[in-house]
Design a protein around this ligand. Structure first.
Ligand code: ADE
Length: 223
């Protein structure tokens, strides 16, 4: 999968994909991430990419021309399955959407800034609008990092058995069960006996029950 991200602050996206599983996905050739500076696509003086909004009101709006120049320049080279705009008024991101997007070919992300982007971009170029939650970030970059990370680790072949996504919280609408590692006892706090029993059928059953209890307690809306 190839992912392109258009942003006025590409510096914010230098590190999130350079480590751990995202790095491994790229090293394995399963994921390519390219970040593009929107200002390189403007023809306005002083690399301008935003302007006052028609009708008045506080806050600048990202202009249509630089954004369309950037999108079309990339579309001339790459075939995208979705052109995604990160915005607090988009559909709320979740594991189901992450799963869907992880099976796509190539994705183009546009990070918003300022008051928003000219609505005509949304009407004519954007195919999907995603929010990462009911709060407002300074820009779409951190949201893009979150979404790309969640998608990237689900691309077939990225995770190995050890890091398998199958037991993740939300993968089957249940929160993940508790996990333990050495030592067996610390300050008198013991690892549950069942996990040391070697009886894998019983262990699976225990984990499932823990997941259900945890979900009922913390996120009954998921059940
Ligand atoms: N840009 C600003 N806030 C955002 C959010 N919550 N989700 C996605 N993009 C955003």
């Amino acid at each position: 999968m190839r992912i392109d991200i258009i942003s006025v602050l590409p510096e914010l996206l230098e590190s999130p994909f350079a480590h751990s599983i995202m790095k491994r996905a790229q090293d394995k050739g399963l994921l390519e991430v390219h970040v593009h500076q929107l200002r390189e696509y403007t023809t306005y003086k002083h690399n301008q990419v935003d302007d006052y909004q028609f009708g008045g009101g506080a806050g600048m709006v990202m202009m249509i021309e630089p954004v369309v120049n950037a999108i079309e320049a990339l579309q001339a080279k790459v075939q995208y399955d979705e052109v995604i705009f990160l915005t607090p008024d988009g559909e709320t991101f979740n594991q189901k959407i992450a799963n869907q997007l992880s099976l796509k070919g190539n994705l183009l992300f546009l990070c918003g800034h300022y008051k928003g982007i000219d609505q005509r971009i949304r009407d004519h170029f954007i195919t999907r609008e995603i929010s990462i939650g009911d709060f407002v970030l300074s820009g779409g970059e951190l949201a893009a990092a979150v979404v790309v990370d969640a998608i990237g680790r689900l691309i077939p072949g990225v995770l190995n058995d050890e890091t398998s996504a199958l037991l993740d919280s939300f993968q089957d609408n249940l929160l993940a069960p508790p996990v333990y590692t050495r030592p067996v006892e610390y300050r008198g706090w013991k690892v549950p006996d069942i996990l040391l029993s070697g009886d894998h059928k019983k262990i699976d059953e225990w984990r499932h029950n823990q997941s259900v209890d945890r979900t009922r307690e913390r996120r009954p809306d998921l059940l």
